[in-house]
Design a binder for this molecule. Structure first.
Ligand SMILES: NC(=O)c1ccc[n+]([C@@H]2O[C@H](COP(=O)([O-])OP(=O)(O)OC[C@H]3O[C@@H](n4cnc5c(N)ncnc54)[C@H](OP(=O)(O)O)[C@@H]3O)[C@@H](O)[C@H]2O)c1
Length: 233
C-alpha cells in the first residue's frame, strides 16, 4: 500500500522539494498553501509521478482552516505515515521595536499551525502505532540573533513542541524529528544579494527527511542541525 505524507506550505522552497522527492518515490501526498493557483501548478507539475495528490487551499495560521485540512486528510487517507510541519514565515524585527502583532502572527503561523495539525492527525496514527512528525525548526530555534525578534521566539517554541510530542509519542512508536535548518536557498532569500552557493539546497533538506524516515524502527533522530558549508549568514 502506498505511504502517505502531509506537507504544509508545499508550493515553494523546502516544502516543495520534499513534495517532489516523495512524489517521485510514489508516495501519496496531502499538500496545502494559501495560493490556489500555485497549488494547481504544483499538482500539475507532480502529475507524472502518478502519486495520489490531495491539495487544499489552507491558511495554517487559522485554527479552523488547518483543522479542516487535517479532517479532510483523515477522511480521505486515514492514518498518514509522515507529517511535515513546514509552513512558516519570517518577519524581521526586534522585540523592542517590531510592529504590534508581529509575535501573534508568527506564533499563529509557525507554532499553532503545527500544534493543531498534529493534534488532529495524531489520533488516527496512534490507532496504528506508527508514523513520523518532522518540524521545520531553524538555527533560530537554538540561537537568538539581532533582527530575529519574534521569529526566533516562534521557532524556539516549535522546538519545544517537538520535544513535548517526542515524549508523548514514544510509547506509540511515533517518531518526532526537529529539523534545525540553517539558511536554505528559497524564495525567502531570492531578494538578497548573496549567491545561491552561499546557502543549503532545499533538495538536501528533502533528502534528509527521506533518509531519517528510512532508519530502522529502533532509532529516532530527535534533532538534526543542518548548516551551509560556510556557516550561518
Ligand atoms: N529558507 C531558510 O533559510 C530556512 C531556514 C530555516 C528554517 N526555515 C523554515 O522552513 C520552512 C519553509 O521555509 P521556506 O524558506 O521553504 O519558505 P518559502 O520558500 O517562503 O515557502 C513557504 C511555503 O509556505 C507556504 N505558506 C506560508 N505561509 C502559509 C500559511 N499561513 N498557510 C499555509 N501555507 C503557508 C507558502 O505558500 P503560500 O504563500 O501560497 O501560502 C509556501 O508554499 C519555514 O517554516 C521556515 O521558517 C527556512
Amino acid at each position: 500500500m502506498n505511504k502517505k505524507i502531509v506537507i504544509t506550505g508545499a508550493t515553494k522552497g523546502i516544502g516543495r522539494a520534499i513534495a517532489e522527492k516523495f512524489a517521485k518515490e510514489g508516495w501519496y501526498l496531502a499538500l496545502c498553501a494559501r495560493n490556489e493557483t500555485d497549488l494547481a501548478g504544483l499538482k500539475f507539475a507532480l502529475v507524472n509521478s502518478h502519486a495520489q495528490i490531495l491539495t487544499m487551499k489552507c491558511d495554517v495560521s487559522k485554527k479552523e482552516e488547518v483543522k479542516a485540512f487535517a479532517e479532510k486528510i483523515n477522511s480521505k487517507f486515514g492514518a498518514v505515515d509522515i507529517i511535515v510541519n513546514n509552513a512558516g514565515i519570517f518577519l524581521p524585527g526586534q522585540v523592542i521595536n517590531e510592529a504590534d502583532g508581529t509575535l501573534e502572527t508568527l506564533i499563529e503561523t509557525n507554532l499553532y499551525s503545527a500544534y493543531h495539525l498534529s493534534r488532529t492527525l495524531l489520533p488516527e496514527m496512534i490507532k496504528k502505532n506508527t508514523g513520523h512528525i518532522f518540524n521545520l525548526c531553524s538555527v533560530a530555534s537554538i540561537q537568538a540573533y539581532p533582527n530575529g525578534g519574534s521569529y526566533s521566539i516562534s521557532k524556539f517554541a516549535l522546538l519545544g513542541l517537538s520535544k513535548a510530542l517526542r515524549e508523548e509519542l514514544k510509547e506509540h512508536a511515533i517518531k518526532v524529528t526537529a529539523l534545525i535548518a540553517g539558511a536554505t536557498y528559497t524564495d525567502s532569500w531570492k531578494a538578497s544579494d548573496l549567491p545561491p552557493d552561499r546557502f543549503m539546497k532545499p533538495e538536501d533538506v528533502a533528502q534528509t527527511v527521506w533518509d531519517i524516515y528510512h532508519l530502522s524502527a529502533n532509532t529516532v533522530v530527535e534533532e538534526i542541525l543542518l548548516r551551509p558549508i560556510l556557516g550561518d549568514i
